[in-house]
Design a binder for this molecule. Structure first.
Ligand SMILES: [Zn+2]
Length: 499
């Protein structure tokens, strides 16, 4: 019996190793895709057809960055077909001695170039790279959703290179927004005592990342938690990014744990407005600002308790939204505090609100965007998203790393008029979670099912190849900064739950 089992395993391993491996995979997998591994052409010349005058120089610059001395010649084409295409649509065609990229915008040309990079491999048979080859390909694609975002946490332990790598990867996989949650790492010039004193989210670092993001075609959106999560630390750590080291400012927070901001203290509002202004400006005044607002607790201070809770929440959120609106942007909030915990309609979904916070939602300005987070496949029904849409809000579906959830929520967004998808990563920006989030998010937001059901080659091999290319762009030389894990042997064998 044991011997039979062993034979079966050996056969299984052999059959896995004999599966055909293709170097010609593009993420997101394009809806129109003719590509063959049987015929390769030399990547000598790239022709760019686009009405945007910057497009050819963008391609020239990045091909030089990617291929160095072996970089192909870049020529400008009459716009032709490109001019007729949608805003983010692109076409890529390879022929003997000629590769063509076409789009109506620079963004479309970026996407064509990213797809080209994913299928180009070094010319074979030499010790060092001497040139590049591409398979015969005819590709055309356009995204199903116009808001395709990813939420990235900048923790105390996060290093700027990690944040940069995640932003670059999101752009490479044709997402167009990245929310950066500050977790006490933002170094305020006006309130230097706020947050961790050694936080790495400095103004100059934000400026550097924004320049990279702008160049690669992804808009960065700052996030500041203005309601709960005021500790700017995971609750499991018991830390408070401000109160632990600057107790003189504890009046700004509720006395129990300091998890919430004290919403009736005028100094709290003044500080938060000034942080919104400073952070929004540091990020170059993007069209959105995320205010957090998840997992808040009931107030514990006598001043807050003396007023109706619903009234305090409405006043506060309106004031925060007004500050964002004054700057020409729209606010985003997480959804869970605005669904009542005891309301059976939301059973199976995240609903952490009280009757007061749920009632407050009904008086919020409708320009606030509700980010509805959920981490599983709800089998085709998402009543929470429908509820917010029915009230007149714009809604983003926010999956995490569950593949079924990413696919189902995205498909629901595409088929039920939801405004976009904001994938979340939390503290899972390593390992298989990272692979699943990026690969499935990118593929799902670009295509509606059944394209979504494509036989996606996702054993991580192509993702790891793409991640390595990003590492080359960043000129990473430290072994710990390569691959999907920092260490080959895990330092913490037991995963820490997220709270
Ligand atoms: Zn209070």
């Amino acid at each position: 019996m044991q011997a039979k089992k062993r034979i079966r395993w050996v056969l299984l391993l052999v059959s896995i190793s004999l599966l055909p491996v293709s170097a010609s995979v593009i993420y997101p997998v394009p809806r129109q895709l003719e590509i063959t591994d049987d015929q390769y052409f030399s990547l000598d010349s790239v022709y760019v057809g686009c009405p945007d005058a910057e497009a050819a120089s963008w391609v020239r610059k990045h091909l030089k960055e990617w291929y160095g001395k072996s970089s192909p010649v870049v020529c400008v084409l009459p716009t032709g077909k490109g001019a007729q295409m949608g805003k983010e649509e692109y076409a890529l065609r390879t022929e003997p001695r000629r590769t063509t990229l076409q789009a109506s915008t620079l963004q479309g040309i970026r996407y064509a170039a990213y797809s080209l990079r994913q299928i180009a491999i070094p010319e074979r048979g030499t010790k060092r790279v001497e040139g590049w080859i591409v398979p015969k390909a005819d590709v055309q694609d356009k995204p199903e959703l116009s808001f395709r975002g990813i939420h990235i946490c900048w923790f105390h332990e996060s290093q700027p290179w990690q944040i940069e790598r995640m932003i670059r990867l999101a752009a490479y996989y044709k997402l167009n927004y990245a929310v950066i949650e500050s977790w006490g790492t933002f170094r305020s010039k006006t309130a230097p005592w706020y947050g961790w004193p050694d936080g790495t989210m400095k103004h100059k670092e934000i400026k550097r990342l924004k320049a990279i993001a702008d160049d690669l075609g992804i808009t960065l959106i700052p996030q500041l938690n203005v309601f709960g999560h005021a500790t700017c630390s995971r609750s499991i750590s018991g830390k408070h990014a401000t109160m632990d080291l600057s107790p003189e400012y504890q009046n700004l927070f509720e006395p129990v744990e300091g998890w919430n901001w004290c919403l009736t203290n005028p100094a709290t509002r003044q500080l938060l407005c000034s942080l919104i202004d400073e952070m929004h400006e540091a990020f170059g005044n993007p069209p959105y600002f995320h205010l957090g607002c998840d997992e808040a607790q009931e107030p514990s201070c006598p001043t807050c308790k003396a007023r109706p809770y619903s009234e305090i929440v409405i006043d506060h959120i309106k004031a925060m939204n007004e500050e964002v609106r004054k700057r020409g942007a729209r606010s985003m909030v997480w959804h869970d505090m605005f669904l009542q915990q005891t309301d059976e309609r939301w059973n199976g979904f995240y609903h952490n609100g009280s009757p007061e916070t749920a009632a407050a939602l009904l008086k919020f300005p409708k320009d606030i965007i509700i980010c509805d987070w959920f981490y599983g496949d709800a089998c085709g029904a998402y009543p929470t998203m429908d509820y917010f849409k029915g009230l007149g809000f714009s809604v983003l579906a926010c999956p995490w790393d569950n593949v079924g959830g990413i696919r189902a929520q995205t498909e629901y967004a595409q088929t039920h008029g939801i405004d976009g998808v904001l994938g979340t990563t939390w503290h899972h920006y390593f390992g298989q979670s990272m692979v699943d989030i990026y690969v499935w998010l990118a593929n799902s937001v670009w295509h509606r099912s059944p394209n979504n059901d494509l036989n996606l080659p996702n054993n991580g091999s192509h993702f790891r190849t793409h991640l390595r290319q990003i590492g080359w762009d960043m000129k990473l030389k430290d072994p710990k900064k390569t691959g999907i894990l920092v260490n080959e042997v895990p330092l913490e064998p037991t995963p820490i739950p997220f709270q």
